[in-house]
Design a protein. Sequence first.
Length: 316
Amino acid sequence: MKRSRSTSSITPIKERLLSSARKENLKHGLSLVNKKLKVIPCASDHETRTLYLGNNKLSTLQGIEKFTKLQKLSLASNKIERMKELEQIAKSVQVLALQGNPIANVPNYRSRVILMFPLLEVLDGVKVSIEERRRARVVVSKEKELFKVIVEAQEELMQGETEDYIIKVAQDKINSKYEEHRRLQVGVKNWEEVYAEVLVDIKKELVLSKKTHRQTSPRCNDELRRKLLEAKASHDDSLLKSRKEITKLEAKAKEVAEGNELLKVKLSEMCKEIQYVKNSKIQSEVNHKNKQFKSEINKRQAMRFCEYNLQCRGFK
């Protein structure tokens, strides 16, 4: 039983595929048919003019822009879905095979591809004539005009959406209409009929949408009016509560301010009392010291007077 190869070894695998393909092919040719490729491996040989990539799993053509001198290219039986992928192919292609891809089911696929490659001579094994190329210009130009009308109708139906999204929705509707024809085995003889059917469907949707809007509009307006009134009442209540809170805060602020004034007065009185007490205490201490000093002076004077008397008596 073979083991599945890890994704980490994908580069060596590509290199081996390229080297083996170069051995298999002629000069300026490269064959990678039925290799189960999901991406195109990068090649160092930019002179490749013939490239076979059929029967793989390619959904993108990223990397094919490296082959700048391609003349023959086979992408048959892959998974390419978008016309935009073909823009990466060199404009020098003369022979191109795209059958077996989802892209081959795109409306006016052949006309679009012919206009994309001015040197194309063979597409899917069928030769491209001068008349077919002239007719392709007319078809693609007309298709663009009709597609523009469809997009404008879809834009009216999907107001507010982005342009890219509207274009995608319109293209999806066209593709699904083609698929519906194929599924019912009706066949699409004229692509203009499909575009016309899509346009009619969009206009029906638009009429139904307008009718639904008219029916639901009065109800929606009443509901909206009721919600607006509720919102206004709620806003008025919250505004009234806010005003009451502001009034309370202003009253408290006034009380605090008055309390601050009282505190200032009391503080001033306390400072005066403290100063008076300090002054009284200092004065009493000064008086006490003066008394002590005076009594000390009186004692000394009395002692000196006594000594003087004694000396006078002794002397006599």
